[in-house]
Design a protein around this ligand. Sequence first.
Ligand SMILES: [Fe+2]
Ligand SMILES: [Fe+2]
Length: 135
Amino acid sequence: MSFINWSSDMSVSSQQMDKQHQRLIDIINRYHDALEAGVPHAQLMTIFKEVISYAVEHFRDEEREMEQHQYPNLQRHRLIHQNLTQRIGEFVSAMDKQQPGVEREIQFFLKSWLTAHIMGIDKQYAPYMVKAVTA
Ligand SMILES: [Fe+2]
Ligand SMILES: [Fe+2]
């Protein structure tokens, strides 16, 4: 069974963002499966780097969408993305040092990040996504 399953209650009322969240979940599930299968450290690092680059791309697209839909809490949301990116950076150096337990720590960080961030923070912009874009 997957580590995380996307469900419609995770929808943020934007087809593009829902698709990106699903893709993030896919990569995170792959990280989980690889960890459970006991793959070598380097392989886990490769998947983690995939999470990072896709997350960075996602944050950028999401901020652009919020901007287009004139979401009033964009600045606050941007800061939360920056904090997450910083946290991810700390994990990268811990991974580089092969710090004991970091691989599992990342697994739970990714799960709680996704569920807490999508369900709690991203969902707040959902009502603005259904409004027409004013150029
Ligand atoms: Fe977000
Ligand atoms: Fe998001």
